[in-house]
Design a protein around this ligand. Sequence first.
Ligand code: MRU
Length: 351
Amino acid sequence: MRNADTECWAMSRMRTIEWKDGRVITIDQSKLPDRTVFLEMQNCHEVASAIKEMKMRGAPLLGAAAAYGLALSAYHSKAKNASDLMNGVEKSAETLRKTRPTAVNLFWAIDRVMQKARKATGDVKAIVKVIVDEAERIANEDVEANHRIGEHGAKLIQQGDVILTHCNAGSLATVDYGTALGVIRAAWKQGKGVKVFATETRPKLQGSRLTVYELQQEGIPVTLITDNMVGYVMSKGLVNKVVVGADRIVRDAVINKIGTYTIAVVAHEHRVPFYVAAPTSTFDLSSSANEVVIENRNPEEVTSFMARRVAPNGAEALNPAFDVTPMRYVTAVIAETGVLSTTEFERPTTT
Ligand code: MRU
């Protein structure tokens, strides 16, 4: 893996992840906002470790990264025949499946690429091309979907609305443009003069480090709040809408960054519309909430802050990375196919 320290990512206008002649380039989000470090990955193990260490994070980005991880495995394979090639790629798929358990996009992308690869005919070169092309297709579709989510979502936003968002569901969490931040970007571009409250999103601070960074780069007014200020800003009537992303949308609930459920309940109490913006690659409608594996991460992420211990030595801590918001708290889901009311929630057919 090669790191390149360089100028501001936002100015580079590079996609969050790109395929370049057998290398996958992305930005190390664990270094943002202070340092812009590009990661150049050459094999699926480097992709897997970047996912586990959250140098890359955000459900749609994990999907594209997993697909590109399989493309690297195929592209650099020394296999002389199709079955040896596929054996290697199947092993890489297993490696990538073991990285993080909750965001369904990762598994959706691996299954999609593997299905294509298993059906592919021809020699090694032909199958490698099928795998690389499918990964590129997944990335391009994600960008297209986010722009459509932005368009559909912006119709729900009124002039001057103040929108609260949680974690980072922006360009950095996707291949580009973002889901929840895609809605905010589209409304801003339509001259709706929106303002944003961004929660800091402990313990990994995706809100303060990444969401504020992205919105500042676009000149969209944003105010940072700590996660425990949500009740305060809602009780003061300072928030008109909530728009968040999702890691998995099941029949009866939305799974997203820890803290989302609390925001949904407070929004319900104050009759603030609560929208979830997510591509259909995040839908897992054959499952229900009690079947979803919630990732539990190292408690040190809670007992320390920016690698400095803040709790007494030996302190116990919980660190579930996601929580479950029952559908009754969700006003609507904004997907690339349109705005879906949760009552008749079913997997949308592509229009
Ligand atoms: O742990 P993370 O940073 O990967 O969690 C990300 C989130 O919860 C996002 O809200 C979600 O993935 C949607 S990203 C468009």
